[in-house]
Write a protein that binds this ligand. Sequence first.
Ligand SMILES: Cc1cc2nc3c(=O)[nH]c(=O)nc-3n(C[C@H](O)[C@H](O)[C@H](O)COP(=O)(O)OP(=O)(O)OC[C@H]3O[C@@H](n4cnc5c(N)ncnc54)[C@H](O)[C@@H]3O)c2cc1C
Ligand code: SF4
Length: 463
Amino acid sequence: MMAADMFKRVPVREQDPQVRAHNFEEVCLGYNQQEAMEEASRCLNCKNARCMTGCPVSIDIPAFIAQVKEGEIAEAYQIISKYSSLPAVCGRVCPQESQCEAKCVRGVKGDPVSIGKLERFVADWARENGVKPQKPETCNGRKVAVIGSGPAGLTCAGDLAKRGYDVTIFEALHDAGGVLSYGIPEFRLPKSTVVASEVNNVKELGVKIETNVVIGKATTVDELMEEEGFDAVFIGSGAGLPRFMGIPGENANGVFSANEYLTRNNLMKAFREDYDTPIIGGTKVAVVGGGNVAMDAARTALRLGADVHIVYRRSEAELPARVEEVHHAKEEGIQFHLLTNPKEILVDGNGYVTGMVCVQMELGEPDESGRRRPVEIPGSEFTLDLDTVIMALGTSPNPLISSTTKGLEVNRRRCLVADENGATTKEGVFAGGDAVTGAATVILAMGAGKTAAAAIDEYLKNR
Ligand SMILES: Cc1cc2nc3c(=O)[nH]c(=O)nc-3n(C[C@H](O)[C@H](O)[C@H](O)COP(=O)(O)OP(=O)(O)OC[C@H]3O[C@@H](n4cnc5c(N)ncnc54)[C@H](O)[C@@H]3O)c2cc1C
Ligand code: SF4
């Protein structure tokens, strides 16, 4: 089957923006088999494929796409599963446009191959047809503890289980998945189907997951190793501690961190009438920030019925969110106030938000990040009338584990210090994902989990 125009990708079906602005169903509907085979036919099956150099877990992209082209979807799935335990997740949330697809040779003269949408199709097909990743054959009896069930922890645990280790994940929350469960909204990443099924695939490799266990409170890393018989520990505890601006009024009722707002909605299902979780949807909401987290909070508030404004201090070109997310947010009716910075949150006599004073900015000289520094335009202050403000300014790792573990060093950003293999400053303890890098991406966390699994295997084999 040949694509009609080899220079253009097969378009993917999406929910209409006017309809999806009022529901939590998935925005992107994905390819069907015919569309996937047609898109796969655009792949040139390159030798030394450049797309693979853009993938942090080095999936054999031409090999899986060649199987899709032939309609051998179960084969395609087994190829992807050798490299990734979360393909249905990655096919949905990876920034392919700056990774594999950015390197695809098809992109030189036209659209790159839609590698992400093909990965998603293969993983969804496998789930719907009951195809599972291959199980490990033997167990070597050695115990490894993994802290955190986000993409870093799940990947490290899955890879260790495939190598025969007896792995237990300890997760602080009541559900596994990390940001995949509590942060990224249902309309981008369905929980009960996609996330639950990929977590389940990791369990089927033999990994045990103990939820509601906060390491650093219920037990410590030292106790896991000295008293509970774990030979090594991987810390994939993420970066869940929100930052605030420190402006007047930030303590008012109606000011949320994006993490709290999203956790109430995603993990605790506040948007569903059959759940009791309280949430202030807000009627006029400002979200401060320009990353994926800001887009997710804004689009969630919109679906809860609010009029929503994004306030971001740099210009559109610097928005750190994925282009696709910004495009979707605009289509749905989110209003963008770019080159705008909040100065004060206005509060009524009862302590509730009534508005936010903002100032307009212009771009000056580049700062240490290489981006042009935003500078205030004097006298350009204006007020937005609001009842809710959501701060999406980034997060840092929670110090609970580092402060309760002997010999575990952190840097000045509170991130765990680890070498290129994930080895921390404490023997037998490895770490990866956002806990080491600060807030980053799903696939980088998975890459770190994978590298650490190999390093743990090497470390334990030599002991
Ligand atoms: C709203 C939002 C949207 C995002 N969108 C995207 C996107 O579109 N694409 C993308 O690639 N990335 C996105 N990211 C970033 C991505 O989700 C993270 O980089 C990734 O999840 C990091 O994985 P991790 O495994 O290191 O940590 P996490 O996913 O944060 O998982 C860490 C887990 O450890 C648990 N934990 C923490 N402390 C303890 C403890 N003491 N004891 C036991 N358990 C503990 C936490 O409860 C959590 O479940 C987004 C992030 C957010 C917040
Ligand atoms: S670079 Fe593009 S065309 Fe070449 S193998 Fe990868 S996806 Fe196919």
